[in-house]
Ligand binder design. Structure first.
Ligand code: HEM
Length: 212
């Protein structure tokens, strides 16, 4: 059920593209790109909310959905990137017309427009996380797996920063994302400190040296 629910934003883009129930507005390419970008960021934040929710409510079953939510974040960001590459930059129309595509425009955009550089870096992190998300990779990578997957924090910060940087006037939407991310990251710092304090108190009661 959750899988189908996570697909709804993508299905709505397809439905609106065919004029079923809605439209993509006056600038459909920008609309497609923006919708996928926004859902990519939302899914990163939703996936990051799983651990705090589980810890605060004690509902351990929530953890079962974290991987799927993370993979949906990757899916939506990838669609956002593909919409940019194929539709906005015109790779698809060049391919259909059989024209040669100028890849230097792509590399120029990625390396010379800072907000795109940041978005691309975030995408690369998500590619690494998605590629190592299987149980087999987790086993193979051992303790490095967690270290690698902490990269999701960086991807989230870069994602919000990327959005923030390309906004010209109204910062209210990226501000909401930034605040939600600050709460999710702040919670982790608070929880880590709490765990360390509880651990040291337990050790001192047991007569063990601190920080063990
Ligand atoms: C984790 C990675 C990324 C996230 C979370 C993300 C998210 C977003 C969001 C939320 C927006 C604003 C949408 C709006 O105006 O409502 C946006 C805009 C944009 N993003 Fe990304 N993005 C990511 C990666 C990328 C990559 C890899 C590219 C291309 C190489 C890219 C290209 C763009 C462009 C060109 C815009 C401006 C679209 C416009 O003119 O409205 N993004 N992105």
């Amino acid at each position: 059920m959750l899988f189908v629910l996570c697909l709804v934003p993508a299905l709505l883009v397809v439905a609106d593209a065919y004029g079923i129930g809605g439209t993509l507005g006056a600038n459909p390419i920008e609309e497609i790109q923006d919708r996928f970008g926004n859902w990519g960021l939302r899914f990163i934040l939703i996936a990051l909310a799983v651990t705090p929710l589980r810890q605060l409510t004690g509902r351990n079953w929530l953890l079962r959905f974290r991987r799927m939510l993370g993979l949906f974040a990757f899916f939506y960001v990838l669609m956002h990137f593909l919409a940019w590459l194929l539709l906005d930059q015109g790779l698809l129309t060049s391919a259909i017309a059989g024209e040669e595509f100028d890849w230097s425009v792509i590399t120029e955009d990625i390396f010379e427009r800072p907000f795109i550089t940041i978005g691309f870096a975030a995408l690369l992190i998500l590619v690494a996380l998605a590629a190592t998300s299987t149980a087999g990779q987790r086993r193979r990578l051992g303790r490095y797996w967690q270290k690698l997957h902490n990269g999701v924090y960086l991807a989230a910060v870069l994602g919000v920063w990327h959005y923030w940087w390309q906004v010209k006037k109204d910062f209210s939407e990226p501000l909401v994302y930034a605040l939600v991310l600050a709460v999710l990251l702040g919670y982790r710092v608070w929880h880590h400190r709490l765990q360390t304090r509880v651990g040291s108190a337990r050790n001192s009661r047991a007569g063990l040296p601190q920080n063990h």
